[in-house]
Design a protein around this ligand. Structure first.
Ligand code: BG6
Length: 486
């Protein structure tokens, strides 16, 4: 059983970077799942664009191989009839006339142009789309993160894209916002009277956000080595999660109501720069080790470049300078080649002010609310109870445990399934507004600058470990530990 779905208008969805990793591993499977759920109108077209000299049949064969495990072949073949391919180079004229005619043939369709390419090509592609009038009517453009590599390049891209597509046509995607638990965070916070009175510095001790991956960079090295973990994960996904935890209640779920509140959080982040970067951040790079039971090479070997200074791990302590959060640390950590794949937000409440229990009863642990994004999406609220049975009073720390899959028997859709159809519907609530991207770069930029000014290499860590020991020290200095209930 899957979640129930609402129909959408007929659309043409064009994926630039159509043979790339994201398109083949995420976007097309997401669309196929929506197709299987009957949500893709029969006249809709999905068009892959890349430079490779493929035709429709060649592209369908490539996708067939990637999608065949999802469902039986007959349904896949029906889906693939709605998939097309055009070979185009954003910087060359050949083929664009024909492509414009092809898209123009369905003038009443919603048009979505998904730019799943290097950000350096965003401007060329948008300029051409504008030249052919493909930005008219119900047209939307989707920009993959990271948008630029700093504030200046992000502004350049946003300015140039803005000459072709209006802000309301521009969807800056951060797929973490499409994850079920992230949306559930909104409902948990604002649909229950229980949490909000406690959701502040008076009651919350600290917040941890972990996004750990077991995978290395694999064949994405060319992109990744220019980005690193701060640009790839922290500037976007992790800051967005932080915003969802920390924002004030929006007055409604209207797109700008939510985004206005997130923006205020980004503006309130305390600066991390040369003066404090060494106390507040740790960067690491993996070395050979064992991941998921197999020996794996270190990052420099995987990349074929021993001199790379790119971080594959970041831990940092952020603070939000406002009335609600003053003095509450937000510890963020993310990395590749860590021991398990887990993304979670842990909100730890303050200890009780006074214990009435004797030392024999055991220790009182702090309440924790754990929001698990993946795997096993769900929510755990850790409480202290009495160990049942006769004898002395013994304290136990146990979770109220709700796995979404077990509670609802519903298979959670991938984040891209929801977000792609939100673009077709024209709903930008779960997408980043331009000013959010700018504010995030304004905070991340000085960290990058301070790292580069320090000239220090990232600290090595063994693949399959939880990062450099300095990341443990970062939180232990404050008398706290990373959540280990993985
Ligand atoms: C992407 C990053 O945005 O998110 C990748 O570029 C990362 O490096 C991925 O692996 C993680 O996404 P998820 O949904 O698998 O946690």
């Amino acid at each position: 059983m899957t979640a129930s779905s609402q129909s959408v208008e007929p659309f043409d969805l064009v994926i630039f970077g159509g043979t790339g990793d994201l398109a083949v591993r995420k976007l097309l499977p997401a669309l196929f799942h929506r197709f299987l759920d009957g949500q893709i109108p029969a006249s809709s077209r999905i068009v892959g664009i890349a430079r490779e000299a493929l035709n429709d049949a060649g592209y369908r064969a490539l996708l067939r191989e990637a999608l065949i495990g999802i469902c039986d072949a007959a349904k896949l073949d029906v889906f693939l009839q709605q998939v097309f391919y055009r070979s185009l180079d954003a910087r060359k004229d050949a083929g664009w006339d024909e492509f414009a005619g092809f898209i123009g043939a369905q003038p009443d369709h919603v048009r979505v142009f998904y730019l799943s390419t290097s950000p350096e090509l965003f401007v060329d592609i948008c300029t051409r789309l504008g030249h052919y009038g493909l930005n008219q009517g119900a047209s939307r453009v989707v920009l993959e993160k990271p948008i630029g590599r700093d504030l200046a390049s992000a502004n350049q891209i946003n300015d140039a894209v803005g000459k072709v597509f209006t802000e309301s046509q521009t969807f800056r995607i951060d797929h973490y916002l499409g994850k079920e638990t992230v949306q559930n965070l909104l409902v948990l916070r604002f649909g229950n009277a229980l949490f909000e009175p406690l959701w502040n510095a008076g009651h919350i001790d600290h917040v941890q956000i972990t996004v750990a991956e077991t995978l290395g960079v694999g064949h994405r090295g060319a992109y990744y080595d220019r980005a690193g973990a701060l640009r790839d994960m922290v500037q976007n996904h992790m800051l967005q999660l932080l915003c969802m935890v920390a924002m004030e209640p929006p007055s409604s779920l209207a797109p700008d109501a939510v985004r206005d509140e997130k923006l205020k959080v980004l503006h309130s982040l305390k600066a991390i720069d040369e003066s404090n970067v060494s106390q507040l951040t740790v960067r690491g790079q993996y070395r050979a080790g064992v991941a998921e039971g197999a020996s794996v090479p270190g990052y420099p070997d995987e990349l074929g470049n021993n001199k790379s200074n790119t971080e594959t791990f970041v831990a940092l302590k952020a603070e939000i300078a406002n009335w609600r959060w003053a003095g509450v640390p937000f510890y963020l950590r993310t990395g590749k080649r860590l021991p398990s794949r887990v993304s979670e937000i842990v909100v730890t409440f303050k200890p009780v002010p006074h214990s009435i229990f004797s030392a024999d009863a055991g220790t009182l642990s702090q309440n924790r609310l754990v929001l698990r994004l993946q795997p096993d999406e769900g929510v755990k609220l850790w409480l202290t109870i009495k160990h049942p049975g006769p004898g002395g009073l013994r304290l136990r720390h146990v979770p109220l445990d709700m796995s979404f899959a077990e509670a609802f028997g519903v298979q959670q859709p991938d984040a891209y399934e929801r977000l792609l159809l939100d673009v077709v519907r024209g709903n930008p609530t779960l997408f980043m507004r331009r000013d959010e991207v700018e504010a995030a770069w304004r905070w991340a930029g000085p960290i990058l600058a301070a790292w580069s000014a320090s000239g220090e290499a990232p600290r090595p860590y063994t693949a399959g470990s939880w990062g450099p020991s300095a990341a443990v020290a970062l939180i232990e200095r404050d008398g706290r530990t990373w959540n280990e209930d993985q």
